[in-house]
Design a protein around this ligand. Structure first.
Ligand code: DX5
Ligand code: ZN
Length: 225
């Protein structure tokens, strides 16, 4: 069975103790660090840029999954790669020349991801599906942690899984926003591969255990057997 991945989002961590928070993820069963870069333009919020990504790179051995919620991401792809990003995800809605940006990401040696907002149909990815490594389906409107999971994401996961499988594309489907034990199983059984979790991990009494619980969920769909 193909097992799923868990990527805790550092957005919900204590930034006064970033080293400690990164260490928690490092010691845990988590697979990746999910890093949310926000510019105050594509989304209303501002978080951090490549200097912080670079600092986290020095503390982490696990892959850095960098989610760029910024306009004109093509201006920063190389900088984030140099800072240590392993996966660079850009937003469909922020890219006029998405195909070109995907090639640009791949040329750096990073894996290329495309994120779609809740209102963006997965059908719009039809012509680039073969070119990308990962699709990040936003299950909240990007910009903030701690929001409610939008259940309309579930049929989108199913549809995208079907599109990828029919064409034999080894695509990773990541779901981001409002994920916790209450919905993680449904998300996985719909065909997701990567669970991003911010508040359900870092606001938990025991983040290590919260991560372990997300990892322990079994995907029961025959599809993954
Ligand atoms: C939202 C970010 C998410 C966020 C998830 O814009 O992309 O990664 O940190 O946080 P939770 O799990 O709290 O919804
Ligand atoms: Zn994210």
């Amino acid at each position: 069975m193909r097992t799923h991945l868990v990527a805790p989002s550092l957005l919900a961590a204590d930034f006064a103790h970033l080293d400690r928070e990164v260490a928690v993820v490092e010691q845990s069963l988590a697979d990746w660090h999910h890093l949310d870069v926000m510019d105050g333009r594509f989304v209303p919020n501002i978080t951090f840029g490549m200097f912080i990504v670079q600092a986290i790179r020095r503390l982490a051995t696990k892959p850095l999954d960098v989610h760029l919620m910024i306009v004109e991401p093509e201006r920063y792809v190389e900088a984030f790669r140099q800072a240590g990003a392993d996966i660079i995800t850009v937003h469909y809605e922020a890219c006029t020349h998405l195909h070109r940006i995907i090639q640009q990401i791949k040329a750096t040696g990073a894996q290329a991801g495309v994120a779609v907002n809740p209102h963006t149909s997965v059908e719009l990815l039809d012509d680039i599906l073969e070119d990308i490594d990962l699709v990040c389906l936003m299950s909240v409107n990007p910009g903030f942690g701690g929001q409610q999971f939008i259940y309309r994401t579930i049929p989108k996961i199913r549809r995208l899984r079907e599109m990828a499988d029919t064409r034999n594309i080894p695509l990773l489907i990541e779901v981001d926003g409002g994920i916790g034990l209450q919905n993680a199983e449904a998300v996985l059984q719909s065909g997701a591969d990567v669970l991003v979790a911010g508040s359900s991990v870092f606001a938990a009494k025991d983040p290590l255990e919260a991560i372990a619980q997300l990892k322990r969920i079994e995907r029961k769909r025959a599809h993954f057997a």
